[in-house]
Write a protein that binds this ligand. Structure first.
Ligand code: PLP
Ligand code: ZN
Length: 414
């Protein structure tokens, strides 16, 4: 029946039953899922996990549902790619890309949190689900709700990229566009959750939703042969993913699945929306909300819900944080594509460009192992690169004209 003890306040430690709650009624701290690790230790080990299906649910004891997953049972276990070509360009010895741009079913890491949240929402008996989204979350909630026969409401800023909007509308959810930024959408969704009693995945069932992100970290460790890398670079929006990767590593150590961990977590943001990297670089844990202005819309959150905890996770690990301009992130997208054949979205461009910066700064030594977290797919944010690529030649279907193109090419080389 699952290994969840209940929920626990991250601030004061007060315990709550496993219900759709998300804030502590005493101190207003966020609630977190609390597990029976002794019980889990008795039933899982490396062999048991390896014998299971290649999905994120191979770690089901560490996920907050009671029975079997009913939504998104095929999500996760995406490739961890040894990125030798990119390593050469960046001048480092051991580099990997964890590639959630090919996650199922909607090509981003959000499929992980959504399968967890919707499986839990079904256990709670909800019939209507929803989310506040910067794009990818809406895609995944709409798709997985369709598959699970749940009605869904996707609330988004009106100016998202076309690929993100179409990638939601196609599943026929209820879409509401809001004239405002994500932080305003999020505030509205808190009020909607209170008034309508729906399961808004990243608001009122957020403690369960966030746990799905841990599987990104579990997979990195298992795919490295039950080891941790020295460095993981992670894009940050609300700051949930980086915090949960930290939790994943801690849990694997606690369960004896890995021998120990000394991984530095590094956070990545776009300079136009960088409240978390600004705090880390300023050596404070006080997050000053900003008004986002960047093409990296999927991570453009000015008032991050887990900002404080992501600063803490970074500092405890001994990692650092950096941000890059929109031009740099576009270069990051193009660099990953031409070296590794992986087309990532703007958030991935940020992560690649920040990794490059951290290596140049010496924050990531060139002889230590590095994992770059690629969290979304470039086909959804084509606006970012459409004017940054070369214009192909157009010819008539004649070999003579093709020969001419080749002659010009050879002349240019000489
Ligand atoms: C949502 C998102 C993130 C970051 O998520 P948080 O957990 O809110 O920090 C990173 N990359 C992509 C592509 C996303 O959609
Ligand atoms: Zn509390």
């Amino acid at each position: 029946m699952g290994y969840v003890n209940g929920l626990k306040c991250r601030e004061c430690g007060k315990e709550y039953p496993k219900e759709p709650l998300h804030v502590c009624s005493f101190c207003f701290g966020p609630l977190e899922v609390d597990y029976d690790y002794e019980g889990i230790k008795k039933v899982i080990n490396r062999e048991v996990i390896q014998s299971r299906s290649n999905t994120m649910w191979r770690y089901k004891e560490l996920l907050p549902i009671d029975g079997e997953p009913t939504v998104g049972s095929q999500v996760g276990f995406t490739p961890l790619v040894k990125a030798n070509n990119l390593a050469k360009i960046l001048g480092v010895e051991e580099l990997y890309v964890k590639n959630d741009s090919v996650n199922y079913p909607t090509f981003s890491f959000k499929d992980r949190v959504v399968s967890t949240a919707l499986s839990k929402a079904k256990e709670f008996g909800y019939k209507i689900v929803g989310c506040a989204t910067t794009g990818n979350l809406g895609n995944s909630v709409a798709a997985q709700a369709a598959q699970a026969c749940l009605e869904s409401y996707i609330i988004m800023p009106a100016d998202l990229e076309q690929g993100k909007i179409i990638g939601t509308l196609i599943y026929n959810p209820n879409v509401i566009k809001v004239t405002g930024n994500y932080d305003q959408v999020n505030r509205l969704c808190s009020e909607i959750a209170d008034k309508y009693g729906w399961a808004i995945v990243n608001v009122n069932i957020r403690p369960y939703y966030g746990e799905g992100s841990k599987t990104f970290g579990y997979e990195i460790m298992e795919q490295l042969g039950w080891k941790v890398p020295k460095h993981i670079v992670v894009p940050m929006a609300g700051g949930s993913l980086i915090t949960k990767i930290g939790k994943a590593i801690k849990e694997f150590v606690q369960l004896g699945l890995i021998d120990g961990a000394d991984t530095k977590l590094h956070g990545a943001q776009a300079s136009g929306s960088s409240p978390i990297t600004t705090a880390v670089k300023g050596k404070t844990d006080v997050i000053r909300p900003v008004k986002p202005n960047t093409i990296a819309q999927s991570i453009a959150i000015g008032n991050p819900a887990d900002g404080f905890y992501s600063v803490k996770s970074i500092n405890v690990s001994g990692g650092w944080a950096e941000d890059v301009t929109d031009d740099e992130l576009v270069e990051g997208i193009k660099l990953l594509a031409r070296t590794e054949g992986i087309f990532t979205e703007t958030a991935g461009g940020v992560t690649v460009a920040v990794t490059k910066k951290l290596i140049e700064q010496g924050k990531i030594p060139r002889d230590e192992s590095i994992v770059i977290s690629i969290t979304g797919n470039g086909l959804k944010t084509q606006e970012a690169v459409i004017n940054k690529l070369y214009e192909p030649k157009i010819i008539n279907p004649s070999l003579a004209e093709f020969d001419k193109v080749m002659e010009e090419k050879m002349a240019a080389v000489r």
